[in-house]
Design a binder for this molecule. Structure first.
Ligand code: SF4
Length: 192
């Protein structure tokens, strides 16, 4: 292979950032208030008993997408809200952070689900901390089958917390998100 071609390939690999997805939906009404785009990342280390998405556990490549293309596709819809779900989004924190920080600068509302706790993520690696700090809401904690309830809003089991990330960071304590109030406001807006 000619040297100049080698350089091109190295350069493309270096700058092309990707994310491995299990799926993407552009019209979710269950992953947070309002109509949202939800990114389901591929790969999860938690192996919760009773998980609804065991097909997302494998870290093998499934749908590897260019990050800039994903951002462009999100911006092409009228949704101004995005949820990172999985799988475990914080296992691809660098890619998720790039998407989240771009959208945050454009005024998007950002939620993420994680099997890690807020405290674990705050003590995680640089990319996990950056991604966490770019969010409005984190739904944290592993799914616990014994604590499962179908009546819970935006979470699957009672141990999980719907956390207002920005207020929690500014007060240095866990501040829960007022899910009931927001859900009511959201449904009013949805059906006007
Ligand atoms: S964290 Fe979520 S995706 Fe991962 S095993 Fe638990 S319930 Fe399933």
């Amino acid at each position: 292979m000619p040297n100049n071609m080698k350089k091109t390939i190295v350069s493309n690999t270096q700058f092309m950032e990707t994310i491995n997805l299990a799926g993407i939906t552009y019209d979710s009404i269950v992953d947070g208030p309002h109509l949202r785009t939800t990114l389901f990342t591929q790969g999860c280390p938690h192996a919760c008993v009773g998980c609804h998405n065991p097909e997302t556990w494998s870290f093998e490549n499934k749908d590897v997408r260019n990050i800039d293309e994903i951002i462009a596709s999100i911006l092409s819809t009228s949704n101004k809200a995005v949820t990172f779900s999985g799988g475990e989004p914080f296992s691809q924190a660098s890619a998720c952070y790039k998407i989240a920080s771009t959208l945050r600068n454009k005024g998007f509302n950002l939620w993420a689900y994680s099997g890690f706790s807020f405290e674990e993520l705050l003590n995680g690696n640089e990319h996990q901390v950056n991604f966490l700090k770019s969010l409005d809401v984190l739904v944290d904690g592993r799914f616990v089958l014994e604590q499962r309830s179908l009546t819970l809003l935006y979470k699957g089991s009672r141990n999980q917390r719907v956390i207002d990330v920005q207020k929690s960071l500014s007060t240095n304590s866990i501040v829960l998100y007022p899910t009931e109030k927001i859900a009511k406001e959201s449904s009013v807006k949805l059906f006007i």
